[in-house]
Design a protein around this ligand. Sequence first.
Ligand code: C5P
Length: 234
Amino acid sequence: MVQSERKIPKDAPVIAIDGPSASGKGTVAMAVALQLGLHYLDSGAIYRVIGLAASRTGLDLDQESAIAAMSLNIKISFINERVFWADEDVTDAIRTEPMGAAASRVAAHPGVRQAVLQWQRDFCKSPGLVADGRDMGSVVFPAAKLKIFLTASVEARALRRYKQLKSKGLDANIDSLLLELTLRDQRDSERAVAPLQRFADAIEVDTTQLSVVESVEKVLLLCEAAGIRSRGLS
Ligand code: C5P
């Protein structure tokens, strides 16, 4: 992964959307980026590909230095809403709950986070960026123009993930999903580096009772209130 020292451009507002697993961040963030004509960064996908690559190459997920070294050179690309590891389309392979758990383990290593930090910042280009993850507003883009903490009850999130898996014809069990999401949230919140937290400067949006359309509308209203309009022009 090529690192550069480019500064965040001033004419590119960042909308940081952080929150727990399966809160709908990805769907909402992508829709908001499309509506406003902004770039989009799915930072979770980066950790998922690193987790997948580490598992496939037989690395122990607890071996920080080996995984950090691999992360420095890993080739990840986003092309037309697909995610590639080198030339392989891994979009579906990284979306499983075991890969979410592997991502959460590699993401707990400070060396891994440092390896991908500047690369994530490079996604911020004119006319602006919508970035989703756990530390977008706290570490990666602390000067983001708008910071949102998108959440929902763990039961609602497990049910959404259940329906999503079923709609793809995949096996799913609501009780194990509930447990897996709870464990992943716990690991993400309790880790020493860039923990999942709602910071005071982030606006909380609870989507437990909201549809996707309503959630997107709510975030778009917050963007407008922050002076971020279509194509990032304010
Ligand atoms: O968002 P998603 O569920 O795809 O993220 C997978 C995992 O990657 C999370 O559980 C979290 O441990 C990690 N992650 C992170 N920081 C981010 C995005 C994701 O630590 N900015």
